[in-house]
Design a protein around this ligand. Structure first.
Ligand SMILES: *Cc1c(COP(=O)(O)O)cnc(C)c1O
Length: 355
């Protein structure tokens, strides 16, 4: 299994509809122009005005005292975990959580902290499941330091945690002496879908971050927020990991542009996801649940076809999806996929299943 990504295969036709991930967006011309015009300085020294503007705006949006700019969402999770945890600590999160499944084991490798996976439908767990995992504090057991939730729950199907459930989990965590962290890679998708401010969803969470490279369409950047003390302590880890930057305002300007122009339109992605799901549900053997946001997970077992085979047939037809499990495929809607592209993808899907 090679670790480096495969290079583009010239034998394949060009990708016409890219549903592989909402990370596949290209910065728009207007976003590039905003980046070109950015005022910049040395971010490591606290001198980049555009990064300050973004962090102030994000602290406000997320309802926290302070924020920091980082290159990626993974670095936000890991900086937060390193700040909250000590080696030997235990983190409680859903068993499908990105921190447990998709960051190369970083909580273990970098923080020396283990993630214990909680169960629950669609990427979420409730206060009862959390309560069942909380042990008495003894000298024998690993200290339980942090509870982490994902809003939206990616491998749960892009589902939206209800605010009451988030708050019940946060209250129990705090009452049990644990800190709380929200992986908000797609928090604005959740906020737009639920019609609630992001800060209401993040209430009760000691740290929370948002990714600008998912449906928001920026080329890089994520912002981690928390109390003044938390962000102050997190700066040591940002520095240690090489996440302290120089003229990062170029990138922050793309993120500010996304906040101005790409948030409300997330509702279009959600509508396109429902359109795609309705079309998929009519195809023979394909099973799925109605999407809540921009991610559409579908089961191919009834069609007698592994997801990888379906993905390969679709790729031959210029449509890219991702393979999550043997019979589980995922299609992501985003900025660069319109209604007509959804129709194209559905037509390719029909052909691929009949082939
Ligand atoms: C994408 C993603 C991340 C990691 O973000 P990157 O910017 O790709 O490093 C973390 N958590 C969730 C839920 C994600 O979907």
């Amino acid at each position: 299994m090679p670790y480096a990504p495969a290079r583009h295969d010239a034998a394949l036709p060009p990708v016409r509809v890219n549903l592989y991930s909402d990370t596949q967006t290209r910065p728009t011309r207007a976003m590039r122009e905003a980046m070109l015009a950015a005022e910049v300085g040395d971010e490591q020294h606290g001198d980049d005005p555009t990064v300050h503007a973004l962090c102030d705006r994000m602290a406000e949006l997320l309802g926290k005292q302070a924020a920091m700019f980082l290159p990626s969402g993974t670095m936000c999770n890991e900086v937060a975990i390193l700040t909250h945890c000590r080696p030997g600590d235990e983190i409680l999160a859903h068993e499908s959580a990105h921190i447990a499944t998709s960051e190369g084991g970083a909580p273990w490798a970098l923080a020396g902290a283990q993630v214990t996976g909680l169960r629950g439908p669609r990427g979420q767990f409730d206060a009862a499941a959390l309560q069942a995992a909380i042990r008495p504090k003894t000298r024998y057991a690993p200290p339980q330091a942090l509870v982490s939730v994902e809003q939206t729950a990616n491998l749960g199907g892009g589902t939206v945690w209800p605010v009451e459930a988030l708050q019940a989990v946060a209250e129990l965590a705090h009452a049990s002496g644990m800190a709380t962290h929200m992986d908000g890679a797609r928090l604005l998708n959740a906020a737009v879908a639920a019609g609630l401010p992001a800060r209401d969803m993040a209430e009760g969470y000691d740290s929370v971050w948002l990714d600008f490279t998912k449906g928001l369409g920026a080329p890089l950047g994520a912002v981690l927020a928390g109390s003044h003390d938390f962000i102050d302590a997190a700066w040591r880890w940002k520095q240690r990991l090489g996440g302290a930057l120089r003229q990062a305002g170029i990138c922050a300007a793309g993120c500010l542009h996304a906040l101005d122009h790409h948030v409300e339109r997330l509702a279009d992605d959600h509508a396109n996801a429902r359109l795609l799901a309705r079309g998929l549900a009519q195809l023979p053997g394909i099973r799925l649940e109605a999407p809540q946001t921009n991610l559409v997970f579908f089961d191919t077992e009834g069609a007698g076809l592994e997801a990888a085979e379906l993905a390969a047939r679709l790729r031959q037809r210029g449509v890219q999806i991702s393979v999550i499990g043997r019979y589980l495929g995922r299609a992501c809607l985003h900025l660069d996929v319109g209604r007509a592209d959804v129709e194209t993808a559905l037509a390719a899907m029909r052909e691929a299943l009949a082939a």
